[in-house]
Design a protein. Structure first.
Length: 101
């Protein structure tokens, strides 16, 4: 509530916080990156259990793409870059991208 000069109280609504738009972090299938490396990336960068990571890896393998998580844009971009850097260091062609939900 706010007080005005004439001492009348006016109820004010708290401002609604708008959530940032979410982005999907996607892994793309290739014929060269070992499945174990993909599982390791998913557990390391997306905090998934080994079982969850294996399911996502199999989705990538069978459907060509898998969703690792939904995040605000800056976090999604960071995770994408982490995966890309790890793949590059390990000399694997694994591709990671983001797209709006």
């Amino acid at each position: 509530m706010t007080q005005h000069a004439n001492n009348t109280a006016i109820k004010t609504k708290p401002a609604k916080t708008k959530l940032p738009p979410l982005y999907k972090v996607l892994l793309l299938n290739d014929d060269y990156t070992p499945m174990e490396f993909v599982v390791d990336c998913i557990t390391q960068f997306f905090n998934k259990s080994r079982e969850q990571a294996t399911k996502i890896m199999l989705q990538v393998h069978t459907e060509g793409v898998g969703v690792c998580g939904l995040y605000p844009q800056d976090i999604a971009e960071t995770k994408m870059h982490q995966v890309q850097q790890a793949a590059k260091q390990a000399q694997h062609p694994l591709q990671c991208t983001i797209e709006p939900v």
